[in-house]
Design a protein around this ligand. Structure first.
Ligand SMILES: Nc1ncnc2c1ncn2[C@@H]1O[C@H](COP(=O)(O)OP(=O)(O)OP(=O)(O)O)[C@@H](O)[C@H]1O
Ligand SMILES: [Mg+2]
Length: 338
């Protein structure tokens, strides 16, 4: 029997397990295959990063886990097991019951999550809808959490409206709100991308501390590799709707197995040591997500591509116990004598 795949099974207990997920968007131009056969695991108490270029399907994956998809989205295959139950086949009421309770989310733009015409106090009390306690106790908990995320004078500021806070503070409030309920899983879609670099470091450090305190898992979407290296335990690399590589942060950053992962790392400004006027980019463009797909999704931009890459979709090849990549170059059978 084949050993369990590192993309689908991580050591210990996986809190979230996505298996073979396929998702299309219906559009007038045809069906956009935004996710194809996506598998990855998020172990309990760990932070898993999702990286990849714009349009690779990172947000779509995050929103699918949360059940917050656009109306033209259709899941055509796979399962999302959360605490052992398939979120895709759960009655709608049971799934809603998980949101803001076992599962919470932080968005890129804090104003997406905050209601501009309500006070922070009202919104933070409502966020504790499922928690026990009186309104006063919930207010106290909210004040404590605001203090914890670094909002000065939270007793009086909790009465303010979102527009009375700066962008960085609003994101801190969103983190406070998302973690107030002590979720098992926090899904964060580029929560620091809109912030300047100093604020980004502060927010990432805060998330790290709170994640350890609460013991929750985080699915962290980012295209900033430095942030991912700082915060995450494991990383899934996405390209054109597929997870092409999965591994621990150390695996991915020190021993990347997929040519796309290597190209991403080579283009990361944070890792370029030589003085240069032009930052390197990956030549070529992300392929269209419409229509049938043959062979390897990355082959048009891959400098190692050979005939097999055009005809056969690469299987997932394990590189050690906790890392796997979809690339024919990793196929041991290819180099074995006939
Ligand atoms: N509602 C929709 N209808 C049609 N296509 C969509 C819809 N939402 C997303 N897409 C397409 O699905 C693909 C994946 O989009 P997604 O937003 O998940 O990418 P992303 O990796 O989050 O990119 P970014 O880094 O820019 O946020 C893209 O080609 C996008 O155009
Ligand atoms: Mg996105």
């Amino acid at each position: 029997m084949r050993p369990p795949s590192p993309m689908q099974q991580t050591p210990g207990s996986d809190l979230l397990q996505i298996r073979g997920l396929d998702l299309d968007f219906g559009t007038p131009r045809g069906r956009v295959h935004a996710l194809r056969n996506v598998s990855l695991g998020v172990p309990a108490g760990e932070v898993v990063g999702i990286v990849g270029e714009s349009g690779s399907g990172k947000s779509t994956l995050a929103y699918t886990v949360m059940g917050l998809l656009a109306e033209n989205a259709e899941v055509t295959g796979g399962e999302i097991l959360f605490e052992g139950r398939d979120l895709l086949r759960m009655p709608a009421a049971a799934r809603r019951g998980l949101l803001g309770n076992r599962l919470s989310m932080i968005f890129q733009d804090p104003m997406t999550a905050l209601n501009p015409v309500r006070t922070i106090e009202g919104q933070m009390i409502d966020a504790q809808h499922y928690a026990p306690g009186s309104r006063r106790e919930k207010r106290e908990r909210a004040v404590e959490m605001l203090r914890r995320v670094g909002i000065p004078d939270p007793q009086s500021r909790i009465g303010g409206y979102p527009h009375e806070f700066s962008g960085g503070m609003r994101q801190r409030i969103c983190i406070a709100m998302a973690l107030l309920v002590k979720p098992a899983l926090l899904v964060a879609d580029e929560p620091t991308t809109a912030l300047d670099a100093t604020l980004e470091v502060q927010i990432v450090n805060l998330l790290k501390e709170l994640q350890k305190e609460i013991g929750c898992s985080i699915l962290f979407v980012s295209h900033h590799l430095g942030t991912v290296a700082e915060l995450c335990d494991r990383v899934a690399v996405m390209y054109a709707g597929e997870v092409v590589e999965y591994g621990t942060v150390r695996n991915i950053f020190q021993n990347p197995g997929h040519p796309y992962t290597r190209a991403l790392l080579e283009c990361d400004p944070g890792r370029i040591r030589q003085k240069t006027k032009l930052l390197p980019t990956i030549p070529g463009e992300v392929p269209s997500l419409i229509g049938a797909r043959h062979g390897c999704i990355f082959r048009q931009r891959c400098r190692h591509a050979f005939a097999r890459c055009a005809s056969e979709r690469p299987a997932e090849h394990a590189i050690g116990a906790a890392q796997a990549a979809r690339c024919h170059l990793l196929d041991q059978a290819r180099v074995m004598p006939a």
